[in-house]
Design a binder for this molecule. Sequence first.
Ligand code: ZN
Length: 402
Amino acid sequence: MRVNAISNAAVGFAAKSTVKNSTVPQSLKPVHNNEEILNKTNEGSKAIMNYFFGMQNVPSFKGYPCSTSAFVVKQIDNVPCACCGKEMMNAKEQNEFVSKAVKAKGQELADVFQSNFHKFRRNERAVAREIMNVAPSKPNSSISDILSSTKKTGADLYKQECTIVLDEVDTIAKEIYGEKNKVSNYVAAQKQTLNKKDGFRRNAFLKGVQNITKDDTKANQTKLMDKAIELPLSEDGVTKVLNKYKNSDSTSIARRLISTAVMTTEHIHPKSNKGANNTENYMGECAECNNNRGSADLNTYWQNVYPNMPENVQRYNDYITDKIIKGEMGTKYEDYPVDLEKAVSSESKNVIKLTILTPEEIDKARKEKGIADPKPLPEPAEGEMEIVKKPGSKKPRKPSRR
Ligand SMILES: [Zn+2]
């Protein structure tokens, strides 16, 4: 945003004042056409004044001022959450899922859930799995029929989901290390604790896996951790979802179950601590991660709940950078990766370090791939993107200690 705002503004001014393009230094060469920022921001005109009147002190732009609902990342499909790394849904995908799931019954219902299953977040997945498993044997039952007639409690669904995820972790460990290995032994011991109320502790389990594999390759750690973080967050969480929605209509249930997978705008430096409302301080996170962190310290949160967050922010950055290169993010996000890196590094006190592309490198990548310069995206209508309601409590919660 900064670089382009200056360069585009410079070009606009240059055309009017007969300053030749060749006098624009390389670093200020236009990447593409966008005069909006020139027209909209004082900084834009200040930058041009300073530039053309020979002042060295070109002010730096403070991100691209943008409401959280206009954050363009929210329109992109399948973005991985910057915190948990799992694919998110945008509002359009959420609506599509709900309308399909509400109409479907029996096997078709199971199929709709199956094809979206990787998107469900942890506590909701325990309930969604029950609907998916039961649906084929009840060909005339809707979502609400299945949930209202289940005899299982939240504790049952929690235990069932934990068992499935732990078995999947075990399978991956055996693929990596062979039949007898430390991770599988650890998983077997941890499974025993599921039989006691509050016996199994998700976050402690994640730390345990991390410790056991700390000398292993990053690739193996990632495989195991990507699976392990799918564990439901808490038995209480699963119970709340089930009990609150057990007797609701199918639309409410479907919408609630997928709501935590919907992308929200996370203020990297929390809004409650005067975090800025602009793209410099935004990243896309699923509603679950965003809600759970609240205004908690970033490092404390992820080290407890998502120990692989540093890798996940990098995945998020790489995914978005690819979209920027391809022109799918319009013209205002050229230096988003630079801003993201700065904000994440500052908020994590340099614990999380990202590898990013500068606007110049993005431009170069585009040229190498023969991709045309991006065009501005149409501005979303006011409130258009605000159809996503955050689930659960309105108050930000402290990070779970489990
Ligand atoms: Zn997430």
